[in-house]
Design a protein around this ligand. Structure first.
Ligand SMILES: *Cc1c(COP(=O)(O)O)cnc(C)c1O
Length: 359
């Protein structure tokens, strides 16, 4: 989280002030979600996000709960009906997250693997031109930034150019708001908020109008996109504080110069770190250069026995949470929007010094 956002939230914790500085006499957590004050907060967050990410009018912006994993069920529940029976759905497996989505979808659809990078350890993205798309698939799912394997789509696949008219479903949980989105290629995108948008508990869904009408009858009402869209994300009580915090993050993004400025900064941060890794004899990153993630940078030590010492020394230097995901091991630096360039510079300086003195 950007420090400025946390400070702003702290100042308003027990008495929220509106845009004109008028006090409301209560904190956001104490507000009715149907009241005027909260109404202005949710509308502001939505409008700000729409302008920041240039979301076209044909898309609804929904604030939901359940996190990214719940969307692995909520998406097929909303796109695989209205009749029961399991329609075909396509997946590109590029890492753990798309794999999880593929597994969950089997409850509601016939998930088909259109492409997979599993055999090579998820170190690349198979060229979309080689994907085996199923005729009549309800949607094609990708994870545009694989948080664990550090693999990112730098261009979204153009399904129409591949001869498919299925909507593209994108899990952009771990790089949302870090770069611009080509909405002309997207049918639906979802993100748990906790990586780049705000606190855990809020889930963002951006869904095109024409995809609101294919929910299974068994889809829970509170998870039916059509209901949430029709009620401007107030079908039931949404995660109010998370929406408020996300709104503050959106304001902060705007102050930073918007998504283009953020993207430029993220490119600079990632380049600095990958360059340090590639130029060292101790560290390496196994991902193909064309699809390395700007947000999640996994790296490994050529001498794995030094890992514990690396983590311990790093912690002493104030560099936290560098342990790799347990499923792949090694180390990982997650350099989300909230991480300033100085944070990456400090990491790189530490890595160089560790290599000099310990390896
Ligand atoms: C973190 C993450 C999720 C979110 O999972 P939760 O259910 O919110 O814990 C989903 N997809 C990706 C790519 C992620 O990085």
């Amino acid at each position: 989280m950007p420090l400025e956002v946390l400070q702003r939230a702290a100042a308003d914790m027990s008495d929220w002030h509106d845009a004109d500085g008028r006090p409301s006499g209560m904190g956001v957590m104490e507000m009715s979600h149907r009241g005027k004050a909260f109404g202005s907060i949710v509308q502001h967050a939505q409008a700000r996000l729409r302008s920041l990410l240039a979301v076209p009018e044909a898309f609804h912006i929904l604030f939901m709960q359940g996190g990214g994993l719940a969307q692995n069920a909520i998406v097929p529940l909303n796109l695989c009906g209205p009749a029961s029976g399991k329609p075909a759905v396509d997946f590109a497996l590029t890492g753990s997250w798309s794999q999880k989505s593929w597994q969950e979808a089997a409850k509601y659809s016939q998930p088909h693997i259109a492409a997979s990078a599993q055999e090579t350890g998820f170190h690349h993205i198979p060229d979309p031109g080689s994907w085996q798309l199923s005729p009549g698939a309800r949607y094609v799912h990708i994870c545009s930034n694989e948080t664990i394997h550090g693999v990112e789509f730098h261009t979204l696949p153009d399904l129409r150019a591949l001869g498919s008219d299925a909507p593209l479903v994108v899990d952009f949980s771990s790089h949302v708001a870090s770069r611009s989105v080509d909405w002309s290629r997207v049918g639906l995108a979802f993100a748990g908020a906790q990586k780049n948008l705000g606190p855990a508990g809020l889930t963002l869904v951006v869904v095109r109008d024409d995809l609101l009408h294919a929910a299974l009858d068994t889809c829970p009402s509170a998870f039916t996109f059509k209901n949430i869209a029709a009620n401007a994300s107030l079908f039931n009580t949404p995660p109010t504080y998370g929406i408020y915090m996300a709104g503050l993050v959106f304001d902060w993004l705007e102050q930073q110069g918007g998504i283009a400025a953020m993207e430029a900064r993220n490119i600079e941060k990632a380049a600095l770190l990958y360059q340090a890794i590639d130029s060292s004899d101790l560290y390496f990153n196994p991902v193909e250069a064309s699809c390395r993630s700007r947000m999640n940078v996994p790296f490994f030590l050529r001498e794995p026995t030094l890992e514990a010492a690396f983590l311990q020394d790093a912690e002493q230097a104030g560099l936290l949470q560098l342990k790799g995901h347990k499923s792949v091991g090694g180390l990982r630096a997650s350099i989300y929007n909230g991480m300033p360039l100085e944070g990456v510079q400090a990491l790189v300086a530490f890595m160089r010094s560790f290599e000099r003195t310990r390896a």
